[in-house]
Ligand binder design. Structure first.
Ligand SMILES: Nc1ncnc2c1ncn2[C@@H]1O[C@H](COP(=O)(O)OP(=O)(O)OP(=O)(O)O)[C@@H](O)[C@H]1O
Length: 275
């Protein structure tokens, strides 16, 4: 088999528990390979370690054990080879849409004329042709998120890491951006790791959906999403419905378990304070 684009290899992350010598295991032995050009979605209950994993992938923190490899090379620190799109747009408010996209290209030392051409290309790709001169406050939420996606793609990263990028948008805008993202993915052939709470979103976007357990975050299972995406209304198809239900059932048991764990921890803390 060829080298995976992104390999998460036996990754464990523990945090010290303040005031004690104990540690808290946020992620336990996570292993996932993403093939070049794959679209993988990660879903899990609140607190299962999705953001912790994203920090590790972004190189903002290091695994306690295990490693992350990009094209076979260990990730050690942040880098422009990984583009990150967050839930909040993270655009610079004093720069126009075009200048926001050009921002990272300046850091890369790309000359002005080329920067401009690249910014125009990516504005067009995300459907914002003609909006380059607008400032973030002059754009809708969906448009801002398109700019954020364009900015990440303009670096030409090896992988795109997306952390609930559409969670703050209304349902209609979210669905149209999901379609846009699939189109962009097909056009660019990028490898995408997408994190979401939404089961519909996971099934609609992912070629595979990885489900995380709660406390500690482990891979519960990875589901292949083998549905015909050429039909008119994919979300209404029988195959989509079955997959959504399967993933819902898997996730539902984890959400219930996470809730029980939270209750047990809270009770323990109260008892600890009382003694
Ligand atoms: N710096 C830290 N120190 C101690 N514990 C941490 C730290 N960062 C995260 N945790 C714990 O690790 C677990 C996973 O947190 P994380 O934020 O990654 O979850 P998440 O899946 O992104 O949650 P959500 O879906 O609610 O955003 C949580 O129990 C959290 O309290």
């Amino acid at each position: 088999m060829s080298t995976p684009k992104l390999r998460i290899e036996h990754v464990t992350k523990r945090f010290p528990v303040r005031g004690t010598k104990d540690t808290f295991t946020a992620l336990d032995d996570i292993g996932i390979d993403l093939a070049d050009g794959e679209f993988l979605v990660l879903v899990g209950p609140s607190g299962c370690g999705k953001s912790t994993l994203l920090d590790l992938l972004g190189g903002l923190s290091e695994p306690t054990s295990g490693r992350i490899l990009l094209d076979g090379r260990p990730v050690c620190g942040p880098g422009l080879d990984r583009g990150i799109v967050f839930q909040q747009y993270a655009l610079l408010p004093w720069r126009t849409a075009r200048a926001n996209i050009e921002f990272g290209l300046e850091a890369k030392g790309i000359p002005k004329r080329e920067r401009r051409a690249l910014a125009e290309h990516y504005l067009e790709l995300v459907g914002l042709h003609g909006f380059g001169d607008r400032y973030p406050h002059e754009l809708s939420g969906g448009m801002k998120q398109r700019v954020a996606i364009a900015r990440s793609l303009a670096f030409d990263p090896e992988v795109l890491l997306m952390d609930e990028p559409f969670a703050a948008l209304d349902a209609q805008t979210r669905e149209s951006l999901q379609d846009e993202l699939l189109r962009i993915w097909r056009e660019t052939g990028k490898t995408i790791l997408f994190i979401t709470h939404g089961i519909d979103e996971a099934v609609y976007l992912g070629q595979r959906v990885a489900i995380l357990t709660s406390r500690p975050g482990r891979i519960k299972t990875i589901v292949d999403v083998d549905i015909d995406r050429t039909v008119d209304d994919v979300r209404s198809s029988e195959a989509f419905r079955v997959l959504r239900h399967d993933i819902w059932s898997l996730l539902h048991s984890e959400v219930a378990r996470a809730h029980d764990l939270e209750l047990a921890t809270a009770t323990e803390e109260v008892q600890h304070v009382q003694h």
